[in-house]
Design a protein around this ligand. Structure first.
Ligand code: PLP
Length: 305
């Protein structure tokens, strides 16, 4: 399933385009839907009959996994830390879909996941575990596929992008795009704008995911090629996960009023704001820039609560 690329007029950026992954056609779309669908293909191949995953109550991932589970009639269990268990549109949608939350302390998450898996196996189920955020090679695959889609779309639009920007969290989206670029010998800079993690760890997680994917697919790539392909910018995290500021809020308003595009303070508007600052700082002019809108529409509504 493809998502389209549209022009996004901006007074300070010459050729700005946006790929509307937020309109990926399942459960408010976004990168978690792209990844989730691939996890469910594996679940089906493995003949599993229920799902266990992990995430906060504001998690887009949990909403999508709950929805995919419900659509297939499979029970879905979600482990959530106390600290992140507020009432949000995502948590309400997830509950509406019949997913069962188990709330525990952050340091008990791993143990609680193990207990849940054991409990289900003892009851005769065959549970399928999905890592938080859809991290891992399957999640990476989703954005290798998306990169291929961008290559095809740019060919038919007659555009060669110089930059691809997007929000980077667990790093899976970025590692997929970077693997896609390496496999297809792409030339653009892929710039992940960190929404929380700091370097060097943030960048290292992406590098490790890239290596893990390439190894699993028997691709031998020079270390230097991988290192120079991972651009992970941690200058615009604005105080950490979920923390917003006036500039981000302003951009949410502008994107909504001028373009009818919903964005959120945790991911997409934070990354979009970071991108505009990065373009200014590096004096990027007369370049073709693509921003990937990675979804998270329920968080747009939370921002106006
Ligand atoms: C999870 C998420 C991201 C970050 O994606 P990663 O693959 O974890 O880096 C970006 N945008 C939105 C809307 C998300 O839900």
């Amino acid at each position: 399933m493809e998502t389209f690329i549209q022009i996004l007029k901006h007074k300070d950026v010459d050729n700005l385009y946006i790929k509307r992954d937020d309109l990926f056609p399942f459960s408010f779309g976004g990168n978690k839907a792209r990844k989730g669908i691939l996890f469910f293909e594996e679940l089906t191949r493995n003949g599993c009959d229920c799902v266990v995953t992990y995430g906060s109550s504001s998690s887009n991932h949990c909403r999508v996994i709950a929805n995919l589970s419900a659509s297939r009639g499979l029970p879905c269990y979600i482990i959530t830390p106390f600290e992140n268990s507020q009432d949000t549109f995502n948590s309400r949608l997830t509950q509406l879909l019949g997913a069962k939350y188990t709330v525990c302390r952050t340091d008990q998450v791993c143990g609680t996941i193990e207990e849940k898996l054991t409990e289900l196996k003892n009851k005769g189920y065959k549970p399928y575990f999905i890592p938080g955020g859809g991290h891992g090679n399957i999640g990476t695959q989703a954005y290798v596929d998306c990169y291929r889609e961008i290559v095809n779309q740019s060919a038919s639009l007659g555009i060669k992008f110089d930059y691809i920007f997007h929000a980077s969290g667990t790093g899976t989206t970025q590692s997929g795009l970077v693997c896609g670029k390496i496999i297809n010998a792409g030339r653009e800079d892929i710039v992940g704008i960190s929404i929380a993690r700091k370097n060097p760890k943030g960048r290292q997680v992406v590098v490790d995911s890239v290596k893990e994917y390439l190894e699993a697919h028997n691709r031998i790539v020079e270390e230097a090629v991988i290192e120079e392909s991972v651009i992970f910018i941690d200058s615009y995290t604005g105080g950490g996960y979920g923390q917003s500021n006036a500039e981000i809020k302003k951009n949410i308003e502008v994107l909504w009023k001028s373009h009818g595009i919903p964005t959120d303070p945790t991911y997409t508007a934070k990354a979009y704001t970071g991108m505009l600052n990065y373009i200014k700082k590096h004096e990027i002019k007369n370049k073709k820039v693509l921003f990937i809108h990675t979804g998270g529409t329920p968080l747009f509504f939370d921002a106006f609560q």
